[in-house]
Design a protein around this ligand. Structure first.
Ligand SMILES: *[C@@H]1O[C@H](CO)[C@@H](O)[C@H](O)[C@H]1NC(C)=O
Ligand SMILES: *[C@@H]1O[C@H](CO)[C@@H](O)[C@H](O)[C@H]1NC(C)=O
Ligand SMILES: *[C@@H]1O[C@H](CO)[C@@H](O)[C@H](O)[C@H]1NC(C)=O
Length: 336
C-alpha cells in the first residue's frame, strides 16, 4: 500500500468558521485522509485516549486506524470470524456485510482502552486496544434480534454503552426501502458492561442513526434519520427514564457527537431539490438551541455526510458513507 495515502489541501476557502472576532481573518483548510484502495464509507469516527486515530469502520468490513500522513490507514479490527482478507479487502459487494462485517458505530471506553463497535450485521462487539477480532457482546434485546445496528457512544463515567438498532425490519442493504416506507421500528439501547445486560430505552424510533450521551451522564440524545428529529432520554434526575422531543431539523440527522464543551455536533443532510442534498454540521447546546451551522457543500457537493466531530477548538472531522476519505477542516487564524 502507498504509505503516503494522505492528500492534503484540496481547497482553501474563506469562511467565518468558528466563533472568532470579525476582525480576524480565518482560513479553513480542508484535508482528505484517503482510505485504502476500493474502500469507502467512513461512517463514524473515534479517537483513542491519546488522541490517536481517527478509527473508522469501512465498507469492506474493517475497522481502520489512521496513523498520520506517512502511515495512512492500517487494519485495526474486524467483527466476524468469517472475514478473510483475500475475500473481503476492497470488496464492493453490498451483500458481503454478513460475511465480512460492516462496522458503523465506534467508540472508546477511555478507562479500559477498549473499542466498542456497533456492526450493522454482527451486533454489538468490543475489541482491546491492540485490535484484532472483536468479541461479540449482544445480538438481541428483550427477545427482538438486532437487525441494523448503526451508532454508539460510551458514557465515560459509568462505562455504559448507548447504541441504536436503526430498524427491526430492514437491514442496512435495504435502507432505501426503510426510508420510503417510513419505518418506525428502531430502538435506542443500553449495554451495561457490569451486568452484560441490554435494556431497551426507547422503541418505535424512525431510523435512529445517531446517539450521544452528555458529559455528565444525565441524558442521551438519539436522532431519527427518517423523521428528521432528535429526542432526549433522561438517565438521571426527576425525569429519569422519560424522553422528550429535543430538536426537529430541516433535513435528515445522522450521527451526534458530544463536543468537549458539552455541546453536540449533528450531521444534517438538508434536501434542496430532489435528489440533491446540502451536507451540513449543526452544533446544538444541551437545551436544543442551534449555536452554529457549517455548510460542507463546497467540498462535498451533494454527498450525504454521516458524522461531524469537533477536535479541540480548531478542527472538525467529517464522516460519510459515500466517500473514499475522512474529511478534516482545520481553522487557521491569520494575524495581521
Ligand atoms: C475494486 O473494485 C472493482 C469494481 O468495483 C473490482 O473489479 C476490483 O477487483 C476491486 N479491487 C480489489 C482490490 O478488490
Ligand atoms: C429507571 O429505570 C431503571 C431500570 O428499569 C430503574 O432501575 C430506575 O429505578 C428507574 N428510575 C426512575 C427514576 O424511574
Ligand atoms: C426530512 O428531510 C428530508 C431532507 O431535507 C426531506 O426530503 C423530508 O421530506 C423530510 N421529512 C420529514 C418528515 O420532514
Amino acid at each position: 500500500m502507498n504509505p503516503t495515502s494522505t492528500v492534503a489541501m484540496i481547497s482553501i476557502f474563506l469562511l467565518i468558521f468558528f466563533s472568532v472576532p470579525h476582525t480576524v481573518l480565518t482560513l479553513s483548510v480542508f484535508t482528505q485522509l484517503q482510505l485504502p484502495p476500493n474502500v469507502t464509507g467512513p461512517e463514524a469516527l473515534a479517537f483513542d485516549l491519546l488522541g490517536g486515530g481517527p478509527y473508522t469502520g469501512v465498507s469492506d468490513g474493517r475497522v481502520l486506524k489512521y496513523g498520520g500522513p506517512s502511515t495512512g490507514f492500517t487494519d485495526f479490527a474486524y467483527t466476524t470470524p468469517t472475514r478473510t482478507k483475500a475475500v473481503c479487502d476492497g470488496t464492493t459487494d453490498p451483500n458481503s456485510g454478513p460475511t465480512c462485517g460492516r462496522p458503523l458505530g465506534v467508540g472508546f471506553n477511555y478507562r479500559t482502552g477498549q473499542l466498542y463497535i456497533a456492526d450493522a450485521y454482527s451486533g454489538l462487539l468490543v475489541v482491546g486496544s491492540n485490535g484484532g477480532l472483536a468479541t461479540p457482546l449482544a445480538s438481541t434485546a428483550e427477545g427482538v434480534p438486532f437487525r441494523f445496528l448503526n451508532s454508539l457512544d460510551v458514557d465515560q463515567l459509568t462505562g455504559n454503552v448507548y447504541f441504536t438498532d436503526a430498524s427491526s425490519v430492514y437491514e442496512l442493504r435495504d435502507i432505501t426501502q426503510a426510508v420510503e416506507n417510513n419505518d418506525a421500528s428502531g430502538r435506542l439501547l443500553k449495554y451495561d458492561p457490569s451486568t452484560k445486560q441490554v435494556t431497551v430505552l426507547i422503541r418505535g424510533l424512525s431510523g435512529p442513526a445517531g446517539a450521544a450521551v452528555s458529559r455528565d451522564g444525565s441524558f442521551v440524545l438519539v436522532s431519527e434519520f427518517i423523521a428528521n428529529r432528535t429526542h432526549k432520554f433522561w438517565l438521571r434526575g426527576p425525569k429519569a427514564n422519560t424522553s422528550e422531543l429535543f430538536f426537529t431539523f430541516q433535513g435528515r440527522p445522522d450521527n451526534i457527537k458530544t463536543s468537549t464543551t458539552d455541546t453536540f455536533w449533528v450531521a444534517v443532510n438538508i434536501g434542496k431539490s430532489v435528489p440533491t442534498t446540502v451536507p451540513t454540521g449543526q452544533r446544538l447546546d444541551a437545551y436544543g438551541n442551534v449555536l452554529q451551522t457549517v455548510n460542507f457543500e463546497a467540498e462535498y457537493g451533494s454527498t450525504m455526510i454521516s458524522e461531524v466531530q469537533g477536535r479541540g477548538e480548531r478542527s472538525l472531522c467529517v464522516g460519510s458513507r459515500d466517500t473514499r476519505y475522512v474529511g478534516v477542516y482545520t481553522l487557521k487564524v491569520l494575524k495581521k
